[in-house]
Design a protein around this ligand. Structure first.
Ligand SMILES: C[S@@+](CC[C@H](N)C(=O)[O-])C[C@H]1O[C@@H](n2cnc3c(N)ncnc32)[C@H](O)[C@@H]1O
Length: 216
């Protein structure tokens, strides 16, 4: 890959990883999300970091991307491809990559075959299509990629920047919305997700897969 890289960040959120990417690549990143407030925040962050010339924002549903096929050197998608389904996400990304281009994507994955009933039932409801690492690797290969590598995100990645601050906010929301049963129900369901992770974090996790577009 010579020259400036053309990068796509699918489901970029408020862009924590987009900003990091700008520091490591010589090129531009098209950051896609369907939630405008996240894109606004990313814009502000990019300006504050002096990298706004490297970031372009695109408010769009990832299932309906209107982008030219074979036009990206690298596609990044952290914790987001599940919104269209991992298999479909792999196919969409493959069509958008140049031949030999790279895809880096994380996917919620079973890490052990024997989750306790409470954990299994929670995900039967929340993410029934979750599979194990080997099944994801097989899907990746049959979708026209060579697997460059994969690793499981450490538990600290869930706690330090996500669940710990979220749990603190839930406590303050619980006080704020004490008279609002709908909000309290929502708070309870987020708290349950955190409690499930606290109990069963060895059974599932985010696995980061690095893949290279292969000729089928
Ligand atoms: C779990 S967040 C991950 C955000 C970011 N990649 C990160 O790791 O911090 C999933 C993101 O996907 C976005 N999203 C959900 N459904 C989407 C869709 N259909 N099209 C585009 N973005 C979507 C959400 O707005 C959210 O920003």
């Amino acid at each position: 890959m010579a020259g400036k890289l053309i990068v796509l960040d699918i489901g970029c959120g408020n862009g924590a990883q987009t900003i990091q990417l700008t520091r490591h690549i010589d090129g531009t990143i098209l950051a896609v999300d369907n939630h405008q407030p996240f894109l606004d925040e990313l814009q502000q962050r990019a300006e504050a970091e002096g990298v706004s010339d490297k970031v372009q924002l695109y408010l769009k549903d990832m299932c309906e991307l209107e982008l030219a096929e074979g036009s990206f050197d690298l596609i990044w998608s952290e914790g987001a491809l599940y919104n269209m389904g991992f298999s479909k996400g792999l196919a969409v990304c493959r069509s958008l990559l140049v031949s030999g281009g790279l895809l880096a994507a994380s996917e919620l994955t079973w890490l052990r075959p024997d989750p306790p009933t409470e954990c299994r039932q929670f995900f039967d409801n929340e993410y029934p299509s979750m599979v194990d690492i080997d099944t994801n690797l097989a899907t990746i290969k049959s979708s026209g990629y060579h697997v460059v590598g994969h690793f499981t995100l450490p538990e600290s990645a869930w706690w330090d920047s996500y669940y710990n601050p979220l749990e603190k906010r839930l406590q303050s929301f619980r006080k704020k919305y004490v008279t609002n049963p709908e909000r309290i129900e929502r708070i309870d369901s987020v708290q349950m997700e955190i409690d499930i992770y606290r109990k069963y974090s060895s059974y599932y996790g985010y696995v980061f897969f690095l893949m290279q577009h292969n000729q089928l």
